[in-house]
Write a protein that binds this ligand. Structure first.
Ligand code: FAD
Length: 418
């Protein structure tokens, strides 16, 4: 079992991190090593592997995470949560992602979808949801942004929400929503909210953007079957969401014209920063697999990792992972301090975007290099490197894609319209 001293070295830069925090992280890591690591292939052996085995394993592990208190860990004590702070949240999400970033995403999405309610001060809507999250059952939530015509344009701050084609019309005391969405995590599974990014009038730009809480189950809300994809095959369900005259109370809009767009841009920034943790956890796992394999595997009479060419690759892996973690911690501190603007404003969005891009480039590069060090065994199912690569690639692609984020990084330094 990993020691507190080992964890202290790993998370050296986390401000305010106490030994008590590290003991919690140690317990989560122990759960990951005992319960998740041995089940990685059952969780996801590829799209055409064994759906029933995957779903049974996911349900069992979700329940295990709920029993550990992780579903309510980041929620306020007043509603039954454990009130964990940002620092410990980051360490736990990374450790879970070291086991399986799809499982970590499932929990992350719940916190992410609750954020707009909190930012809008909608305690009336938030409290019943949080009470549900704090019970002893696994729950799922859904943030509905991407449309079939593209995700990057919706998230592009220079487009000012003008490309959104899902429309909310006010009729009396109700919003009537029509449109089509694509890909959201938790499609058809959410029992908390389908928090919908739509527009009252695309020509109004940011002023028209509406963030509307659509509870599961209203007439007119329907889903396609899950899309077949490369990774996170069963740990994440992604499909189409159809809105045909979906009616919700007028009060279920988060905050109103202008303010909704501000919240939307802020959760984009926060989502990009949070994505680093899935990437770093997956990269760390692949590094550990490669380190272990190359210890005993010999080339021309010497262990692979004792050859300078290979040792330098392992050293580069370690460097990139530590830089990703340190940069995440720095930007997380900046965001938490509130001194550098909101996460959706150009300066902080620039930093959150850079952090996600660096961590994701690392997370895709590390398993790729691990396979080169490990040869055919690295490419095989048995050693799981291929699974981490399949799972983590989407972390690089979601939330606008890497090119959009390079542009958003540039926008932190000077303004231009794309
Ligand atoms: C497993 C999974 C989970 C997901 N979770 C969610 C979710 O929870 N909620 C949700 O709403 N969506 C979700 N998505 C969708 C995801 O966020 C989008 O796929 C992503 O934002 C990119 O949108 P797109 O695929 O439509 O690509 P496009 O919008 O067509 O963009 C294609 C590429 O163009 C590049 N690009 C973008 N803008 C520019 C520019 N201005 N200049 C140059 N290049 C540019 C980007 O790099 C991008 O990769 C998920 C998808 C998957 C597969």
């Amino acid at each position: 079992m990993v020691t507190i001293a080992d964890l202290r070295k790993k998370y050296l830069g986390v401000p305010g991190c106490t030994d008590e925090d590290l003991e919690i992280v140690q317990a989560i890591r122990d759960f990951v090593d005992r319960k998740i690591m041995p089940r990685r292939r059952d969780l996801d052996g590829g799209w055409h592997h064994d759906e029933k085995l995957a779903m049974d394993t996911i349900h069992e592990l979700h329940q295990g995470l709920v029993d550990l208190g992780l579903q309510r860990m980041f929620l306020p004590v007043e509603v039954g949560g454990l009130g964990a702070n940002r620092a410990i949240g980051g360490m736990i999400t990374e450790e879970l992602s070291r086991g399986d970033c799809g499982l970590a995403l499932h929990l992350g999405i719940i916190s992410w979808t609750m954020m707009p309610f909190a930012l809008a001060g909608r305690i009336d809507l938030l409290e019943p949801l949080l009470r549900k999250v704090c019970d002893d059952q696994p729950h799922a939530s859904c943030m509905v942004i991407t449309e079939p015509s593209g995700g990057a344009n919706v998230e592009d701050p220079t487009q000012h929400c003008r490309t959104i084609a899902t429309i909310a019309r006010l009729e009396g005391d109700e919003w009537v929503i029509n449109g089509r969405k694509m890909w959201p995590t938790g499609t058809g599974q959410s029992d908390l909210t389908y928090l919908t990014v739509c527009s009252t009038d695309p020509e109004k730009g940011d002023e028209g953007l509406a963030l509307i809480h659509v509870p599961p189950g209203p007439p007119g809300l329907s889903f396609s079957k899950p899309m077949e994809k490369m990774g996170m095959c069963w740990t994440d369900w992604n499909g189409e969401i159809f809105y045909d005259d979906v009616r919700v109370p007028k009060e279920d809009r988060m905050a109103g014209p202008g303010k909704d767009a501000e919240i939307f841009h802020d959760i984009m920034g926060a989502g990009r920063l949070g994505s680093c943790l899935f990437a770093i956890g997956a990269a760390q796992a692949c590094f550990e697999i490669a380190l272990d394999w190359t210890k005993d595997r010999e080339i021309a009479g010497r262990p692979v990792r004792d050859r300078s060419l290979h040792a330098s690759i392992l050293g580069e892996m370690a460097q990139r992972i530590e830089c990703s973690r340190a940069y995440y911690q720095k930007i997380s501190e900046m965001q938490g301090s509130g001194q550098f603007g909101r996460p959706g404003e150009p300066f902080m969005l620039s930093k959150c975007s850079a952090a996600q891009n660096y961590a994701c480039d690392t997370a895709v590069w590390v398993p790729n290099k691990a396979m080169e060090l490990m040869g055919a065994y690295g490419y095989s199912y048995d050693l799981n490197v291929e699974k981490y690569l399949r799972d983590v690639k989407i972390v690089q692609l979601w939330l606008g894609g890497p090119q959009r984020r390079w542009l958003d990084s540039a926008l932190g330094y000077y303004s231009f319209e794309w």
